[in-house]
Design a protein around this ligand. Structure first.
Ligand SMILES: Cc1ncc(COP(=O)(O)O)c(C=O)c1O
Length: 391
């Protein structure tokens, strides 16, 4: 009875609900997790510990320690050929979630609309609502490689549109927006004076660099794009909670001001660990990517051997978004029955919006052994279903 109307509207994620349902079984093969099964590399862990030993345990500047911002600026220049001034165009946040939330909080007035491509990472919808905005969903279809249809985007824009939220590589589809698509989106954003929020947290888990561009690197886009990234996925540092936002000075300054009032800053020892992640050897990152690639290839091959299932090979992330439409059951039914009968837990596509109906997400941030066993059980489950149907 004490809760605000706004907070009552906010829904817990179906991923968590599925995970909770699985807790009643002793042995479960878990394909729900959205975090690397690796832990951060030794040099990163040591840098974090050393920071504590050195007494770097106070508040940092609200925007984060300058050396980390300088290192982020170098990476963005190298990878995007865009220069962000570390003093006023980059702010270090509590994970990408912190950056996303404070970005939305910085730009939204009540009733402002944010265009989101569906299927989408669940938290977007909740965060937009928490900031008083209105999510406007555009369906991205498998037959279009989950690209954003530009006509749909034009049609969705109204006087109230404040921002377009992009996520490439995409959770849950594993798709990557191609250059042509990004150019079209950029044109529409510029014509309508709309901000683009580009969530790039899976950019470090990209199987072929040639596939990828950031919208921020397109002509005239640095001025209207907030790039969001983090160390969670790329460096297996989910629990260290370090992310960042890079963009126009006015918005970055505002995010930093809001951060002062919410968390003051990201944890200082973790910022030193993140600094080491960028400055130190990148071998562990390459090792993880190679492991993900092998798992992806195996999982896709196995899914394609299972009748009535299909799956596009993800270009990035560690998720396979499996099409189950030919089975004639809903994604929720599939996920529930699979858990009950085989103790394998996947996320129903509807966790990522209604447009995810007909799909389930399998996270391969787990061992090859689990992948082999889990896929065997999924195959058994599907074949038994078909047999029952044929009786
Ligand atoms: C698309 C997307 N953006 C952001 C995040 C959050 O990242 P962080 O751990 O840096 O807050 C996630 C986490 O699963 C994600 O999937």
């Amino acid at each position: 009875m004490y809760l605000s109307e706004n907070s009552k509207e906010i829904q817990a994620s179906k991923i968590r609900k599925m995970f909770n349902k699985s807790l009643k079984y002793d042995k479960v093969i878990n394909f729900t997790l959205g975090e690397p099964d690796f832990t951060a590399s030794q040099n990163v862990v040591e840098a974090g510990c050393q920071a504590i030993m050195n007494g770097n345990t106070k508040y940092s500047e609200n925007a984060g320690i300058l050396p980390l911002r300088q290192e982020i600026s170098k990476i963005l220049l190298k990878e995007y050929e865009v220069y962000y001034n570390p003093k006023n165009e980059i702010t270090v946040t509590v994970g990408a979630m912190g950056a996303l939330y404070l970005t939305l909080k910085s730009i939204l007035n009540p009733g402002d609309e944010v265009i989101i491509c569906e299927p989408f990472w669940t938290n977007y919808l909740q965060q937009v609502k928490m900031c008083g905005g209105v999510p406007v969903l555009i369906s991205c279809k498998e037959e279009n490689d989950f690209m954003l249809n530009l006509q749909d985007l034009e049609n969705a824009i109204t006087k109230k549109t404040k921002a377009i939220l992009l996520n490439s590589p995409n959770n849950p589809t594993g798709s990557v927006l191609n250059l042509e698509n990004l150019k079209g989106i950029a044109q529409i954003a510029q014509k309508n004076k709309v901000i683009v929020i580009s969530d790039e947290v899976y950019k470090g888990i990209l199987y072929d660099d040639k596939d990828y561009s950031s919208i921020a690197s397109l002509e005239g886009m640095k001025e209207r794009t907030i790039v969001i990234n983090s160390f969670s996925k790329e460096y297996a540092m989910t629990g260290w909670r370090i992310g960042y936002a890079a963009g126009p000075e006015e918005i970055i300054a505002n995010i930093t001001k809001l951060q002062e009032n919410v968390s003051a800053c990201a944890a200082m020892p973790c910022q030193y660990a993140a600094l080491e992640a960028l400055r130190g050897s990148q071998d562990f990152k390459k090792f993880m990517l190679n492991q993900y690639r092998q798992r992806r290839d195996r999982i896709i091959k196995r899914i394609r051997e299972i009748p009535r299932l299909s799956c596009k090979s993800p270009k990035g992330t560690f998720y396979a978004f499996v099409n189950i439409k030919e089975l004639g059951i809903t994604s929720d039914e599939f996920a529930d029955k699979l858990l009950e009968s085989k103790q394998v837990v996947v996320v129903p596509g509807t966790a990522f919006g209604d447009g995810g109906e007909g799909y389930v997400r399998i996270s391969y941030a787990t061992s090859m052994e689990m992948i082999e066993r889990g896929l065997e059980l999924i195959e058994e489950f599907v074949r038994e279903m078909i047999e029952r149907e044929n009786k």
